[in-house]
Design a protein around this ligand. Structure first.
Ligand code: NAP
Length: 285
């Protein structure tokens, strides 16, 4: 079954609940070839939201993304990010042009400020609006912004609306469930969960959480990884972008949507992986 799609934020665009990350896909020829093939398999399976950034491998991840997309550009929801150090007005325009060249395309579906910059947010957002006017970018988003920063980014936009905040969200870091997710849902800003497996910080074997995951997975005839992705995207406003360079991981991840955890299973997840009961600073990798 193909990955479930949902309306992305306030837009009418349907985007798969699960996308594909591209951080650290560059390296040896073999490693890159494997990563490109995995991205292509992901596209076949409906994981058509691809997340990249000028930062990843100094642009190499964007080149590999272009290779993976091949002639399928128009069926991809393509996302890239400007580095904060480039996020002046002119710097953002130039960074976007370089990304488009590396990606071999004329437009990005979504362009994000990678994290808070020393340049005033108004300047960066003005550049983002210029990019939309010029047809280089369809939608504007941010990444790693906490609630206050997010509100400032929203206010900085004059003609466009912010569509997404891409943030760290995994079982050991559920802080965004307290304020950020509810605010984004209310504002129709898509929350995109990065590092949904904690980058490499999955529950250790024999731990209570790991056993809970395994029990739930067994009941559904699924795997623990599938339960994790299903759980993180249980709210209709949340998407996730796991990175997988192994075909078997891509296949496994692609089967994580289209089924539901029961109330008692959600409670068990809360027991095993409690969300904080006080406000915590936004996590960042
Ligand atoms: P992640 O997705 O949490 O974890 C990636 C790791 O999980 C890889 O080692 C991968 O292995 C493994 N994996 C994937 N599926 C698996 C499966 N089914 N079973 C077992 N292992 C599996 O880590 P991430 O790369 O940090 O985050 C995902 C994406 O989010 C990034 O690639 C990037 O696009 C984005 N991101 C954004 C920011 C930001 O600041 N905006 C920060 C970090 C990440 P293999 O590769 O060997 O398959």
């Amino acid at each position: 079954m193909s990955v479930v799609r949902r309306k992305f934020g306030w837009t009418d665009v349907e985007v798969p609940v699960l996308g594909q990350g591209t951080w650290m896909i560059e390296g040896s020829r073999n490693k890159e070839q494997q990563a490109v093939e995995a991205l292509q398999l992901g596209l076949d399976l409906g994981l058509t939201h691809i997340d990249t950034a000028e930062m990843y491998g100094n642009g190499r991840a964007e080149e590999l993304t272009a290779k993976a997309m091949g002639k399928r550009r128009s069926s991809v929801f393509l996302v890239s990010k400007v580095l904060p150090s480039n996020a002046s007005y002119d710097g953002t325009l130039r960074a976007c042009e370089r990304s488009l060249n590396r990606l071999g395309t004329d437009w990005l579906d979504l362009y994000l400020l990678h994290w808070q910059s020393r340049y005033p947010i108004k300047e960066t957002m003005r550049a983002m609006e210029t990019l939309v006017t010029e047809g280089c970018v369809r939608f504007i988003g941010v990444s790693n912004l906490d609630l206050d920063e997010l509100k400032k980014a929203q206010q900085a936009l004059r003609h466009e609306r912010l569509v997404c905040n891409q943030v760290l969200y995994h079982l050991a870091d559920r802080g965004i469930e307290r304020q950020l997710i509810p605010y984004c849902v209310q504002q129709q800003i898509a929350v995109v969960a990065y590092s949904p497996f904690g980058h490499s910080d999955t529950p250790s074997s024999g731990s209570r959480g790991r056993n809970i995951l395994a029990d739930i997975a067994r009941k559904h005839g699924r795997t623990s990884r599938q339960v994790i992705l299903n759980f993180l995207t249980r709210n209709a406003g949340v998407f996730a972008i796991p990175k997988a360079s192994q075909n078997k991981h891509v296949r496994e991840n692609s089967e994580s949507t289209g089924w539901q955890l029961s109330e008692s299973e959600l409670e068990a997840m809360d027991q095993g992986f409690p969300a904080p009961d006080y406000d915590v600073p936004l996590g960042i990798l």
